[in-house]
Design a protein around this ligand. Sequence first.
Ligand SMILES: [Zn+2]
Length: 189
Amino acid sequence: MQQFKVQDGILHGATQIASPNFNERPVNTEIQLIVIHNISLPPSQFGGGYIQRFFQNQLDWTIHPYFQTIEGMQVSAHLLILRTGEVIQFVNFNDRSWHAGRSSYLAQKECNDYSIGIELEGSDDLPFEPEQYQSLAEVVKTLRQTYPKIQNHIAGHSDIAPKRKTDPGLYFDWQLFRQLLSEKTSTDL
Ligand SMILES: [Zn+2]
């Protein structure tokens, strides 16, 4: 099992690809939430590297009709977990990634200010891979140790922007994820 470690906002154990789509978190803002998303480009198709290019503002909008509907959007996530379980970091955790949009968690608005965004390569219509749950649990465990204010503040995008967003979707197995998280946490203590 892959071991992760955070140093200066960098997740060691993850592949690093830089996205320009970030800015500074507001002063004195502590990381206290993890937001889970899904994304696939084109929708429900996996592989191809299009998400990576999208987050780098390097996607060729002409090669698929769907890409034209997202043309020019500047978004990112701190992390993307591919179907294989590989983890890619696009934005330093100390910086504010643009993943949540207008949002609110426990009456606190603008979740991008104080959250870490994790995208799973997937869609609302298909199950996620076991390798993705494993990586997600490992990563979240590491993040909670690094940023203790997170505690159990882990939400889906649909929880913080319910009128706009449906991801990570009904196929995301929260029970399995929580179970893996508690197993991993207890064996390591
Ligand atoms: Zn999302």
